[in-house]
Design a protein. Structure first.
Length: 141
């Protein structure tokens, strides 16, 4: 679907299909994820310049996607927002893609989440007890 300024727009559902997020993409070259600031996503000449060297993928913050203003209310806080963005990037196959954004963008710590997830997958699933039985472990306690 065509978006603004020659971008391609697509809307993906995340957070158990309760949050719809539109992503504007444009360009050629290696992928780059752009996170907008608190005023919303506005494709401007700066992004056009970036798109001359990269394929820029710019997701809209939940609740700013046209037709889905109330979707933000499905998220309870910052960590839900980070998980939401992490799910979006994973769906798009961009989880290891370089990102750039406005310094106030709170969702940039999605990389921290990926590091935590990687550590959790290395967590042992059980430990043997003195009696020889195994005790299940969980990284969440």
């Amino acid at each position: 679907m065509s978006g603004l300024n020659g971008t391609q727009a697509r809307t993906l559902s995340v957070w158990q299909n309760r949050v719809r997020m539109r992503v504007l993409s444009k360009g050629a070259g290696p992928a780059l994820v752009f996170f907008h600031g608190p005023w919303g996503l506005h494709w401007d000449p700066f992004l056009d310049i970036l798109s001359q060297h990269f394929t820029v993928h710019a997701p809209e913050h939940p609740g700013t996607t046209p037709g889905a203003p109330d979707d933000i209310y499905h998220l309870d806080g910052l960590w839900d927002l980070i998980l939401c963005y992490d799910e979006l990037l994973e769906q798009m196959g961009l989880e290891d893609t370089p990102s750039w954004g406005i310094p106030s963008a709170p969702w940039l710590p999605a990389r921290w989440l990926r590091a935590i997830r990687a550590a959790a997958t290395a967590w042992p699933s059980s430990i043997p007890s003195a009696s020889g039985a195994t005790t299940p472990l969980s990284p969440t306690g």
